[in-house]
Design a protein around this ligand. Sequence first.
Ligand code: HEM
Length: 461
Amino acid sequence: ELDRIPHPPHRLPLLGDVLGASRSTPLQDSLRYARQLGPVYRRRAFGKEFVFVWGADLVADLADEARFAKHVGLGIANLRPVVGDALFTAYNREPNWQLAHDVLAPGFSREAMAAYHPMMLDVAARLTGHWDRAAADGRAVDVPGDMTKLTLETIARTGFGYDFGSFERSRPHPFVTAMVGTLTYAQRLNTVPAPAAGLLLRRASRRNAADIAFLNRTVDEIVRIRRREGGGNGDLLDRMLETAHPETGERLSMENVRRQVITFLVAGHETTSGALSFALHYLSRHPEAAARARAEVDRVWGDTPSPGYEQVAKLRYVRRVLDESLRLWPTAPAFAREAREDTLLAGDHPMRRGAWALVLTAMLHRDPAVWGEDAERFDPDRFEAGAVRSRPAHVFKPFGTGARACIGRQFALHEATLVLGLLLRRYELLPDTAYRLKVTERLTLMPEGLRLGLQRRTAPA
Ligand code: HEM
């Protein structure tokens, strides 16, 4: 069945196609192969074949929920020891998926979002306080570092009523260090043959166990405080601890709550931080886009110190900047789909029930057949309403697809649009012209070493 799918020319007996591949940048490696081998290709590693898909027609077919579903494999499966059957890593049939989904979904309703909005503004004010001091001193800021502080504080505060104190620390909170450790470890597990992983990664695996223990301790502390002090007003933690399923009356177990809290603290900030960082990079390099975005913010928000919830979605151009950044660098750059039954992918490739393929979102988003010959160019007007309508469905998938798509999509978009609006209104972004975009991978993507100079603007009267 795989015979007609192209693969790299030089294959080695045991290591397959992995040799010569960079261990620290598997996604960017896969993009290179994609360009050589076309819209569906396979790579062999340690005796297994992995199928990669990025052609728009093929991905649209994989998005058919009747025939395909999420597959928990590769990097995500490697996170099972940390977060087990919590929302992101649950197998489709595990009962805790539906239970947690139904209990937590109202935490992302419009009303819930509107209640988070003032807390998001509060956290953003801590960021601008920090950036104002840098601007006054003429210091450049560490963009991914600061965006991570911002997004971690936002999800911790809105979801769990917790304060990591990120902006009062000069180094990342140890929760972030432990999280980066486990994500990096999960990615590395893909690059060594399973039987040898124990030997090859012995030291790393011991560190990983310590990282997981730290994540668990942090979460237990967050839950303890909530139990002691109450409050929460229906936030995510409140729902996890107090809400029974509307139909079955079932509740999440304490073990499951722990896994959900870690899931939301990680999934709820890491990718949004990357998205904001890439957007700020592109804005700093495209002054015309920055000027248009800024003019929009000035026009829509005027000089109101605290834009209201409704005023965020009105920033249409800022949102396009964000979409275009997520097109070029979808910070969760791939997702996997498996066949529910024996089927033909796109009428052409036979797949047995349970067979799966990895969708390379980052390459789908650069398919010249969809996005044109200039697909690599940053151009927010691609997301102008008319242009969006003229494209087929399923060509822009930064939040995945179907029942297992991102539950936090609106949360992320609201937070990121709000923060970009606030930053554009307040500062001119001065790029370091010597900087060349370098993307680090730890399952997610992040621009490495991105620093920007800042100049305070005087807001319009
Ligand atoms: C799922 C991307 C922000 C929580 C996903 C998936 C993607 C994704 C691609 C599907 C993964 C798969 O199919 O295997 C992103 C991006 C974000 C973002 C790019 C920011 C720009 C958030 C936020 C939260 C969140 C803010 C929580 C507050 C989750 C959860 C799932 C998920 C819990 C699993 C959903 C399920 O399987 O039921 N995300 N996400 N994400 N995301 Fe996000």
